[in-house]
Design a protein around this ligand. Sequence first.
Ligand SMILES: [Fe+2]
Ligand SMILES: [Fe+2]
Length: 358
Amino acid sequence: MTNTAINFEYIERAKRGEFDLGWLKDNKSEWGTKPTISKIGLTLRDISYGSYGDVPDNPKLRTMAPRGSDIDPDVPDMGYTVNTKMEVWSDNLLDLYEEAVSRQWSATRDIPWNQLPELPSDIEHSICQLATLLSEVEMVAADFPAKWLWRINHDFVEAKMFLCTQVMDEARHTEVFRKRALANGGGLGKAKAVVEQFLKLILDAQSYDEGSALMHLLGEGIVLSIFRAGEFLSPSDVEKRIFRLCMQDEARHVAYGTMHLKYRLERDPSIAEDFHAYLDKGEELMTVLFTTPEVIEPMAILAAGGIKQAEEVGVFAADILRQRIVEEYLARCDKAGLPRRKRINLPAEMLTGIATDD
Ligand SMILES: [Fe+2]
Ligand SMILES: [Fe+2]
């Protein structure tokens, strides 16, 4: 008899009050051990003790059974394909998850939409075009983790949970920029093929390694730098608030990506060349993005404060922003243990002011 068949004999015994109680006697867990509860509440770190906190490098099973539970010997295989811890893990995962669930916000309620001022047409056009771009790119950072989530072994459940928070964060980012484009009488601008090509590169990645490097490290890194620049890109306090709230979320995604790559490379340095190759490809498209008017010009106009001013200082402002994006990206690569300063695949004219020695 398989354990999915109905056990009629058991039904008869149970009627007589003869319980099995095997589940009670077999319990091998740390019965009687209590976690120490943190000041903020019971955290994932608090319950990571004993067998519960022991995340195997190479789980033997491909099951959804909770890590640390007593598992039936004939549980079905779920078909997971990401079965080594170093493929998804990072040392900051548990804390990032806690932060993510405690800092959720609402794009409906937490943005003072009714305080949006009437803006000059060139500024409204620019913020709408930037919001179009951001609304477009944000959702890939939900689609990519969602595509890989079910393939990740359940023993890495904290990684899966963190990626779930990222999916929710990105839904909200897509929402808030879509709302900004429509909120002030402007509307959506132009969606460019080159942007879609970059998103496709992430979505079509052959491995979680490849997609995570392109997305968490490169793509979201660029977006984080743009959010950070929100102080001088925002025409009003409403956009400042939007950028600030998105920045909190985005910083978590990039912090995961950076520390995950570090974790990965420390355990298997031989794979560094593969990551270099993924980023070579990604940087090629980054170069094209930096020369796409729909990407660069709205930011230049916003930074300069209008088209007229942009004619004088816009190129300079765009250069500063690009420099900041590239420098922050290279700093993240350094931190992850994948120095790319000598190797970065950007034309020399885009590297002025950037340290290109490791
Ligand atoms: Fe985002
Ligand atoms: Fe993100």
